[in-house]
Structures are given as C-alpha cells and as structure tokens.
Design a protein around this ligand. Structure first.
Ligand code: IMP
Ligand code: MG
Length: 179
C-alpha cells in the first residue's frame, strides 16, 4: 500500500460486485429505453466504463467535465462547465454517472442545467456517497457505497491529480492534504 494511504476502504472485488448489481438494476429499470449514460469526467471514468461493460441493455454515452474551482479537498460551491455534452438530451432518458457526491453542489447544478434541456427522465448514479457532508439537496437514484466523511482516492478518484490509477479505494492520510 502507498505510504500516503491510511487504509483500504473498498477493495476492487467489492467494487466489481457492487457495479454488477447496479448494472442489473439499470438493465431492469431501463429495458427498451436506450438510456443516455453521461460520464462526469474525470473521476467517474473507471466506474462508468465498468458499469457500461456490465450492463446488457443498449445505451448511448456522452461526457461532461465540470470543475468546482480549486485542487484542494473541499468544494467551493461555484461550478464551471469545462466540457459540455456533445448532443442534445431533449426527450432522452438520461443517467448521469458520478464518482462521489459530497456537498452535492456539482450534481444539484447539473440536475438544474439538464432539466432546462427537457430530457424524458433524469437519474443520478454515483459510486460513492458521503451523506454527512451534504449542503445542496440531491436525490441519488443509484448508489454504490455510502461512506463516512473521509477523503478517499483510487479507482478514478484523485487528490490533486494523484492516485487515480489505484485499483482499490483508499483513505488518504490527513497529513497529505492538511499541510
Ligand atoms: P460535490 O460538488 O461537493 O458533491 O463534490 C463532488 C466532487 O468533489 C466529486 O466529483 C469529486 O471530484 C470531488 N470529491 C469529493 N469528495 C472526494 C473524495 O473524498 N475524494 C476525491 N474526490 C472527492
Ligand atoms: Mg468529480
């Protein structure tokens, strides 16, 4: 284990098992609907890819990139769009796929933005949820794991662009970000 890590929180085996369960739920609920799956870059890249592989129904994909200002461990509440969707979503069944819901600012902003574009339906799928940190209210439709208030990295999640490529999810030592 990397010396910057406190402990492993979720192993790659546990992630794979849970991703399979979510894929089967989406398969059931979106049968015949050809949903548009939206990957929120960059953190949800591996989750998105594994989820899409595990799903069996037809689906289309698109990508969006937003930033919540700053490279630290806290969201500032200000969201800017770095890369928008490549196609309109009017009339589509949209499922937005995030790595983690923390304050909820990012997803409440995206939900409001997408609502203006009149999709047929809108759902939120997140690998991780830290409900104790919520500032903006968001309804999460699919959640991999509810986790306590720790800063975590790996499986796509980073701290200042580091540790994304770890296969498991780890708790980052406080000393790494409280400097
Ligand atoms: P929110 O807008 O506060 O809900 O923040 C969502 C974004 O903050 C996520 O998409 C992540 O990029 C980032 N984030 C929040 N908590 C963590 C964490 O524990 N590790 C890594 N990134 C995090
Ligand atoms: Mg993110």
């Amino acid at each position: 284990m990397h010396p910057d890590f406190e402990s492993m929180m979720i192993s790659k085996e546990e992630i794979a098992a849970r991703v399979g369960e979510i894929a089967r739920e989406i398969d059931r609920q979106y049968a015949g609907k050809n949903p548009l799956m939206v990957c929120v870059l960059k953190g949800s890249l591996f989750f998105f890819s594994d989820l899409l592989h595990a799903m069996e129904i037809p689906a289309e994909i698109d990508f969006i990139s937003v930033s919540s200002y700053g490279a630290g461990d806290k969201s500032t509440g200000k969201i800017t769009m770095k890369k928008d969707l490549s196609e309109p979503i009017e009339g589509r069944h949209v499922i937005i796929v995030e790595d983690i819901v923390d304050s909820g600012n990012t997803l409440s902003h995206l939900r409001d933005l997408f609502a203006e574009r009149q999709p047929a339906s809108f759902a939120i799928c997140t690998l991780l949820d830290k409900p104790s940190r919520r500032v903006s209210d968001v309804k999460v439709d699919y959640c991999g794991f509810r986790i306590p208030d720790e800063f975590i990295v790996g499986y796509g999640l980073d701290y200042a662009e580091r540790y994304r490529l770890e296969n498991d999810i780890y708790v980052l030592k406080r000393s790494v970000y409280e400097k």
